[in-house]
Design a protein around this ligand. Structure first.
Ligand code: 1HN
Length: 314
């Protein structure tokens, strides 16, 4: 027994043994609700595109392995977080450039915004990319990007890199050459999900709001960690208010509107990108004169594999 013992003394002695009392931080460790650090945020294409243009003049793909602006969530304010679990960036590749071949554990997707027929070569398949296409880069396959056309290409990157802050299994190899050998991809490539195909499926669904998951050509979600979906909202229509344990990053393929996310309201138009943190109730509204089409990616496959994906109408 220690005479005149106090909690303060106890905590000091415990700290010397690399131990800390749980009961002091119980609520922090066990919050009453999921409590993401990310906040709702929009990156407007009108503001982002000039930055990419300037980067295109100031740096080439020799110096910048990937010419990308990361979309950094202001609630976390460090890289590589766009939400607590997802990363997004905007990448530019200019005519004549090659972004050299590498591979990494992280899964990546591309959603094409501008340009036409620049390529990404993944694991030996050379895929030509066009606006609205979803292109996959599975974990640990060598990939390089190139632009053999006369127009710049810009796309949205989506990766699961924030996860590897917690799971230290992520690493990268550079390929010995600038380009990894490739052949033109087959029409039904496992890597390519064209917009026209997705829009046809959305338009075949009834109602003023429709959502459709992207299904991998070999079945299931597009990856073990990240999934994707597209949504259609008719003029004056709303998607209904819901919340999910997954976080998501939305990108506007077509249309104009706003999304209420928790207490925030984000206005969006074509090519804008916005972040929805986990468990924030959100609701999209189409305020334009045409159907709105949204692309999104999320961490739902990861959460489902852990049996912790939940969603509810609010
Ligand atoms: C990456 O490899 C690419 O290959 C893009 O285009 C963005 C962000 C973080 C880590 C790796 C690419 C990336 C990335």
């Amino acid at each position: 027994m220690i005479a005149n013992d106090t909690l303060e003394e106890l905590f000091k002695d415990a700290a010397k043994r690399a131990a800390d009392p749980l009961w002091v931080v119980m609520e922090k460790v066990n919050p009453e609700e999921p409590n993401p650090k990310a906040i709702p945020h929009v990156w407007r294409y009108q503001e982002m595109r000039p930055l990419l243009e300037r980067a295109g003049r100031l740096v080439d793909t020799e110096r910048a392995e990937r010419r990308v602006f990361m979309l950094i969530n202001p609630g976390i304010a460090k890289l590589p977080y766009t939400t607590d679990t997802l990363y997004a960036g905007l990448q530019l590749i200019l005519p004549g450039e090659v972004a050299r071949a590498h591979r990494h554990v992280a899964f990546a997707l591309r959603f094409i915004i501008e340009g036409g027929d620049a390529y990404t070569a993944v694991g030996g398949e050379k895929v030509l990319m066009n606006p609205g296409d979803l292109v996959l880069t599975p974990s640990f396959e060598y990939h390089d990007h190139g632009n053999e056309t006369k127009t710049p290409m810009i796309w949205l990157d989506g990766l699961d890199v924030p996860l590897y802050q917690w799971l230290p299994v992520h690493f990268t190899n550079q390929y010995s050459d600038k380009r990894y050998p490739s052949e033109p991809a087959p029409k039904d490539s496992r890597l390519l999900y064209p917009w026209a195909e997705m829009q046809q499926q959305l338009d075949a669904l009834a109602g003023s709001f429709a959502a459709k998951r992207y299904v991998h050509r070999h079945g299931g979600e597009i990856s073990h960690t990240i999934g994707a979906q597209a949504e259609r909202i008719e003029r004056g229509g709303s998607a209904g208010k819901r919340r999910e344990t997954s976080s998501s990053i939305y990108h506007v393929y077509q249309g104009r509107g706003k999304t209420r996310i928790g207490n925030a309201t984000i206005e969006w138009e074509k090519n804008d990108t916005f972040a929805i943190p986990a468990w924030h109730a959100f609701e999209h509204l189409n305020e334009g004169h045409e159907s709105a089409y949204l692309f999104r990616f999320d961490d739902r496959p990861l959460l489902e594999s852990m049996a912790v994906y939940r969603t509810e109408e609010v």
